[in-house]
Write a protein that binds this ligand. Structure first.
Ligand SMILES: NC(=O)c1ccc[n+]([C@@H]2O[C@H](COP(=O)([O-])OP(=O)(O)OC[C@H]3O[C@@H](n4cnc5c(N)ncnc54)[C@H](OP(=O)(O)O)[C@@H]3O)[C@@H](O)[C@H]2O)c1
Length: 274
């Protein structure tokens, strides 16, 4: 694309999904890449995550690089008063895009991990996106434009032993996005679940995988996801991942898909789960 073409596309994106976007889980990895990509499109940003220092550094970078306004909101997305806390912080801002990127996981045998860790998966990966879609989707629908983008995973396509609650939470995000996509498209709000595969992020590295797997760059995942907004309820990012998704959800019997996920996850984490 020419520079003029890219500038025009960024302007159209901002008109459709701006002027403000909120990225939940913005301090690292895919969330940071979303924030950088949205800043480059001229959107003003509210950045949410727990680590205030990382958010402040990113905010300073984005202001300097793109001249956009950036606010940071350090909080835990699992907090029970999430709706009130975010509502207070964004009062008066015209938010045209939500990217819900944060996730929690409990890797390893379900019964060996504390219930608190499994419940955190529900709070961050299910209650969090549900709450923010409800809070921010209403004003978008009233304005007749906007977008809700949920970062899901290929793991949400079938049961995943050793990641059972995480995979179930990602299925929740996918099915939530599909339902909202149909409900809100007549009201100008685009809803998308991004079913990403393994991606090179600090979160993935921190899970200490023992085996090599093909990893996508976060920037590539983000560009595919943003390009897919408004084109359907879900996107699988990356050619290999699209092939895997087709095999797992269309070709293989469900039991076989679960078995393959089990072997792959054990190969990654057996003897070394965080
Ligand atoms: N990486 C992969 O291989 C991969 C594959 C498929 C799907 N995905 C999905 O992509 C998304 C991002 O993954 P990632 O690998 O980039 O993750 P990551 O590197 O672990 O980053 C997650 C972000 O969420 C924030 N976060 C986590 N828990 C939070 C909480 N309780 N409250 C507030 N913020 C919280 C983290 O910041 P703080 O620590 O500062 O709070 C960080 O900014 C997730 O939804 C994941 O399921 C990732």
């Amino acid at each position: 694309m020419t520079a003029a073409g890219a500038g025009g596309a960024a302007t159209a994106f901002r008109a459709r999904y701006g002027p403000w976007a909120l990225v939940a889980g913005a301090s690292a990895g895919l969330g940071e890449a979303f924030a950088r990509a949205l800043g480059a499109r001229g959107l003003d940003l509210v950045l949410v995550a727990r680590r205030a220092d990382a958010l402040d550094r990113l905010a300073a970078d984005l202001r300097a690089a793109h001249g956009v306004e950036v606010r940071t909101l350090p909080l835990d997305l699992a907090r029970p008063d999430l709706e009130a806390a975010v509502a207070r912080a964004v009062d008066g801002l015209e938010l045209g895009l939500l990217v819900y990127n944060a996730a929690a996981s409990a890797i390893g045998p379900f019964l060996d991990r504390p219930l608190a860790a499994q419940r955190a998966v529900l709070d961050v990966n299910c209650a969090g996106p549900l709450t923010l879609c409800h809070l921010l989707g209403g004003p978008m629908a009233r304005r007749g434009r906007g977008g809700l983008l949920l970062m899901a995973s290929l793991a949400g396509g079938q049961g995943n032993p050793w990641l059972a609650s995480y995979a179930a939470s990602k299925a929740f995000e996918i099915v939530l996005a599909e339902g909202l996509w149909a409900e809100l498209r007549g009201r100008g709000v685009d809803v998308l679940a991004c079913r990403a595969g393994a991606t090179r992020t600090p979160g993935f590295e921190a899970s200490r995988p023992r085996a090599e797997v093909p990893l996508m760059a976060p920037e590539a995942v983000v560009e595919e996801a943003l390009a897919a907004l408004g084109r359907g309820p879900t996107v699988v990012t990356g050619r290999l991942n699209r092939l895997a998704a087709f095999l797992f959800t269309r070709l293989l019997p469900r039991r076989s898909a679960i078995g393959i996920m089990e072997r792959a996850t054990r190969r990654l984490y057996e003897g070394n789960a965080p």
